[in-house]
Design a protein around this ligand. Sequence first.
Ligand SMILES: *[C@@H]1O[C@H](CO)[C@@H](O)[C@H](O)[C@H]1NC(C)=O
Ligand SMILES: *[C@@H]1O[C@H](CO)[C@@H](O)[C@H](O)[C@H]1NC(C)=O
Length: 355
Amino acid sequence: MGCYNTKKTGLGSMKKRLLLLSFLCVLPLCLLNAWWRRFPAKTAINPSSFYNITILLWHWPDGRSSSLKGDTCWDLYRIPRCRLVDQRSLFPSADVVVFHNRELALGHQKLPLDLPRPQGQRWAWMSLEAPIHNGKLHQYANIFNMTISYRRDADVTIPYGQLLPKEAEGHLVDNVPLNKSSLACWVVSNYRNHHKRSKVYKELKAVVPVKVYGRWTDTPLSQDALLPTISRCFFYLAFENSISKDYITEKLWRNAYQGGAVPVVLGPPLGDYKSVAPPNSFIRVDEFASVKDLGEYLQQLAEDKKRYSEYFTWKHQWTVKLYKDWRERLCKICSHYNSLPQEKVYSSLEAWVKG
Ligand SMILES: *[C@@H]1O[C@H](CO)[C@@H](O)[C@H](O)[C@H]1NC(C)=O
Ligand SMILES: *[C@@H]1O[C@H](CO)[C@@H](O)[C@H](O)[C@H]1NC(C)=O
């Protein structure tokens, strides 16, 4: 009876069959057991929190929403057990509620201070702006538990871009664009006389030719034209409009590195660049005694193919990754969730932002 038949079996083969049978019956049980053990035991409090971290975005940056259908963080970024939602009704079950600063500053959203804040829930302040563009922050004392910013010392760091190790060694020959027609190029939309970068630009163009594109000169470049245009330049002026800690934007990652021009950077201190960009992959305005010296250096370098090419050695090992989608930034919260401090409150967000 059961799952085997005893007809015509000798004693020896009977034993073998019994052995095989017990193996066949036990194996599924083992597998089932192992499968169950992948999941921790449920508790009565909030079972879903064992599997999922729920990130609630209170208001979409700039009011532009993206689809959150399906398991967004897994489907798009292979980040597991991370539930990204934007329905405010899910506030009571959210582990992290994210407030993007610009909408707070503009009054497009308000903090839900009237709602009872569930125990353990963290409120996150998120901004990719340099400090001077964050508006007044003094009213945000003892409210936020975490910061999400491009800064390396934020609880969750979301840079504008970063370098990732290449899977396979690339061929440098293909990686050094050498069909150049301009010495230095700059794309600028928001030109302000008081910016430090404007002063450097004016001094530089007195020494070497600088080709300027963008809204300021009424020569805007379409997205499609941007990188091909920059690739025709030996150098790209990756000048940040605000000089503040870790503020290194797509001007470096996309325009210069992806465009295939050597970046001439003006921004945070050298240490900030060194921590995210390989040595000999950029030129700092500050390393020269004068802008005139910088201009002369650029001119010499452009004439020395070998030395110029050395500025692209990093391409052997690294590839540029840009962060553009808010969903990816928000999903990153889950990757860092387990290393967040148990209890943290920003007693003065303003001091942190200015610090
Ligand atoms: C170099 O750029 C010019 C456009 O100015 C183009 O006509 C030419 O084909 C390019 N040469 C190479 C080798 O890509
Ligand atoms: C978050 O901040 C609130 C308000 O300051 C505080 O009461 C709460 O304990 C903090 N929670 C965590 C997890 O740090």
